[in-house]
Design a protein around this ligand. Structure first.
Ligand SMILES: *Cc1c(COP(=O)(O)O)cnc(C)c1O
Length: 246
């Protein structure tokens, strides 16, 4: 039994990936229903949770099909692949988020082709994105990536390093700091998933308490979006549940 089978008054949301089936529009509806159910359990308005469809490794045609179902925000990890899809889909009113690791030789193309960047994890990258944002464009919307799992192999700032980076990023003219992004280590069970997301939210709340005007917590993927929404996610980044296994 998965969360979709629970009665409307089910006290607990189950966690874990859900069966992949149906048309693109069916899958989009199913993900939106998961978000709505988790938001309801959290006592939140579902409209406060944005769905970012993560289309990495899937062809432009798959993005086009999802766009025809009403999804307009897409996340991509690989620059070259993303640029090719953007060209193929330039007739559609899509908003593109870069969510992958950022190499410094890619910042100019990222600053010139995306609305959002989720994985800012060092000042050098932020400086370059700001300086290379084309003149006259609105600032690039950015999240700082925080690592709450202590995996040194993974990107992201430690919580201790965050205040200094947030302070510096918030002063860059080409960027607008919107909040934090996290990819916690995979955890089994709602309690463990929520504990990691809670650490992200606490770091976010601490930055707000320091005076940063933040509104974005980018956290939660196909396997753990419920836990993320319960801990305050405002953007969930969903690939597999929308497009299938990669
Ligand atoms: C691939 C990816 C996702 C989507 O993951 P799924 O488990 O397929 O939903 C979300 N965020 C980031 C940063 C990713 O790289």
């Amino acid at each position: 039994m998965n969360a979709m089978d629970n009665g409307p008054n089910s006290p607990k949301l189950e966690t874990g990936a859900h069966p992949f089936a149906g048309t693109p529009c069916d899958r989009l509806r199913a993900v939106r229903a998961r978000i709505a159910r988790a938001a309801a359990e959290a006592g939140r308005d579902a409209a406060t949770v944005r769905l970012l469809a993560v289309s990495k490794t899937f062809a432009a045609a798959a993005v086009r099909a999802m766009a025809a179902c009403g999804q307009h925000e897409f996340g991509e990890n690989y620059l070259q692949e993303a640029l090719e899809k953007q060209i193929a889909l330039s007739d559609l009113p899509l908003q593109w988020h870069f969510i992958g690791p950022i190499q410094s030789n890619k910042t100019r193309a990222i600053a010139g082709n995306f609305s959002w960047v989720h994985g800012v994890d060092r000042l050098k990258i932020a400086d370059r994105l700001s300086a290379q944002r084309p003149a006259g464009w609105p600032p690039l919307q950015v999240c700082i990536e925080v690592n709450v799992s202590g995996e040194t192999s993974k990107g992201g700032m430690t919580v201790a390093e965050l205040p200094a980076l947030a302070e510096a990023v918030s002063k860059l003219p080409g960027l607008r700091l919107r909040g934090l992004m996290a990819i916690p280590a995979p955890a089994t069970g709602m309690a463990a998933q929520r504990a990691a997301f809670r650490r992200v939210r606490e770091a976010y709340d601490a930055l707000i308490a320091c005076g940063h005007a933040l509104d974005t917590l980018s956290m939660g993927m196909s396997a753990d979006l419920e836990a993320a929404v319960l801990e305050g996610a405002t953007i969930v980044r969903i690939g597999t549940a929308l497009f299938g296994e990669r």
